[in-house]
Design a protein around this ligand. Structure first.
Ligand SMILES: *Cc1c(COP(=O)(O)O)cnc(C)c1O
Length: 477
């Protein structure tokens, strides 16, 4: 809807398209170089016939901002282009994007299979919210274990869900493997591509059918707004049926009044899901983004590749440096040769492996607290993909409501800290981290031997035990 021009085939490079793709033609003889911010609830109908045609006819013009807005459309076209998709729907947040994608596909009684290593907000959405709507979710611990997906899939499964670069362990997903499993069962693969961005990875090229993003992160990059987007390709057959000939997505194949008794598949073919998600899910549930936010996200996207190149390079430099520190027991960065995800990452992420990763301190929680409180250039914040570098302790914040067993299965220890590397000079970031290591060595309650061995450049495998009194004191804060 509201596509002034068909998407250009990507004959131009990413950096060119990130500043030019999707630009609307000039109107009213006025040609602003940046996209105007159409802060308006609705749009004037010139006369009775225009109003009628906009609702009932093929007139794709704008009527009301919840249904569509030129500023939002401009950003939608640009993101669709960068992801290599045919359509994109902008919504108010990444959570809204996940909600609209899933609610556009699944109905009560349907089942979703998700990788367990996903954003905690999405996990909560599946477990607490969709479960109340009769949509059940099963989780697969290792997203690259084909047999585990096969075991989890049921006759009622209607989609698989993964994040291309999961958080915080950087266990990069083999997307074509998971897409192949989904398609053998006649169901689509939804990929949350927030951490990779379309600059590093385009899931549709690897078999994904629907891509979602939190635009609040790298796409905006400046950390001033929230936004989300759902991108779809055109290769999934939405009229797919089960062995008994029953449609798997009856809401897309049943005739509807607003389409003059055609179904979404009849009317839009491979675009059936995108049109349904836009017109029936997003427009009705109403997670409409402000055109001002769309403008700000579009401004951010214009420098996406430059930021992500630099952030990826700096993150790798920081990860390599962290791996040398005696206080660190492991660094979860897919760009490191030591990472179990290195081989998959080399296949899928040749331009860089992203800039959000974790490392684990041998000193457990007391060391993590001392480290966290000692940084000064890094911002203590739950956010990522920002131009500023950020630090987070997942076990006590984002992942606090996982059980001890779930944390252990996910490799999220009390000594694990997550970093999101910004565009600052890498040397300054390393200097800030070095001063935090000094604070860890000096912190009361952290085993003396660790400090001494660390100073001597040795590694003390005994030093990981937490000092109970310190932990208790911490708990009382
Ligand atoms: C942040 C995030 C979300 C949620 O996005 P919001 O814009 O905060 O609603 C979803 N998925 C991933 C991977 C995220 O990082």
């Amino acid at each position: 809807m509201n596509d002034e021009s068909p998407l250009r085939p990507p004959t131009q490079g990413f950096a060119t398209r990130q500043v030019h793709a999707g630009r609307a033609p000039a109107s009213d003889g006025v040609s602003p170089r940046t996209t105007p911010i159409h802060l308006t609830a609705g749009f004037v109908f010139d006369d009775f016939g225009t109003a009628r045609d906009r609702f009932q006819g093929d007139d794709d013009g704008f009527s009301y901002t919840r249904i569509g807005n030129p500023t939002n459309s401009s950003l939608e076209r640009r993101i669709a282009d960068l992801e290599g998709g045919t359509d994109a729907i902008l919504v108010g947040s990444g959570q809204a994007a996940v909600s609209v994608a899933v609610l556009g596909l699944l109905s009560a009684g349907d089942h979703l299979v998700s990788a367990s290593s996903i954003y905690e907000g999405s996990r909560g959405l599946f477990l607490d919210n969709f479960s109340r709507l009769g949509i059940e979710t099963s989780f697969v611990l290792d997203a690259n274990d084909a047999a585990a997906w096969e075991r989890a899939i049921r006759p009622s499964t209607r989609a698989l869900f993964v994040e291309s670069i999961p958080n915080p362990k950087n266990d990069v997903v083999d997307l074509s493997l998971v897409a192949g499993i989904a398609h053998r069962h006649g169901i689509p693969l939804i990929v949350d591509n927030t951490f990779a961005t379309p600059y590093l990875l385009r899931p549709l090229e690897h078999g994904a059918d629907v891509v979602v993003h939190s635009a609040s992160k790298f796409l905006a990059g400046h950390g001033s707004v929230l936004g989300g987007v759902i991108v779809s390709g055109d290769s999934f057959d939405w009229s797919v049926t089960d062995a008994a000939g029953q449609p798997l997505f009856p809401h897309l194949t049943a005739p509807v009044r607003s389409l003059r008794e055609l179904s979404f598949v009849d009317r839009f073919g491979p675009g059936a899901f995108a049109h349904y998600a836009r017109d029936v899910v997003a427009a009705r549930f109403g997670p409409t983004p402000s055109p001002l936010n769309a403008f700000l996200i579009e401004q951010g996207i214009e420098t996406l590749s430059l930021r992500v190149d630099r952030q990826s390079a700096s993150a790798l430099a920081v990860a390599e440096w962290l791996e040398q520190q005696p206080e660190v027991s492991s660094v979860d960065h897919a760009g490191l040769a030591s990472s179990p995800s290195h081989a998959v990452a080399s296949r899928y992420l040749p331009r860089g492996t992203g800039s959000v990763f974790a490392f684990t301190l041998r000193g457990g929680l007391p060391a993590a607290i001392a480290f966290y409180d000692a940084v000064s250039l890094f911002t203590r914040m739950t956010h990522l993909g920002d131009v500023r570098s950020l630090i987070l302790h997942p076990a006590s914040t984002t992942h606090a409501w996982r059980t001890a067993e779930q944390l252990e299965a996910g490799g999220i220890g009390q000594g694990l800290l997550r970093l999101s590397i910004g565009v600052e000079d890498a040397d300054d970031l390393i200097a800030d981290l070095a001063s935090a290591f000094a604070a860890v060595r000096e912190a009361p309650g952290i085993d003396g031997p660790l400090a001494r061995h660390a100073a001597a450049g040795a590694v003390d495998s005994q030093a990981g035990a937490e000092t109970p009194s310190f932990a208790a004191e911490v708990g009382a804060r």
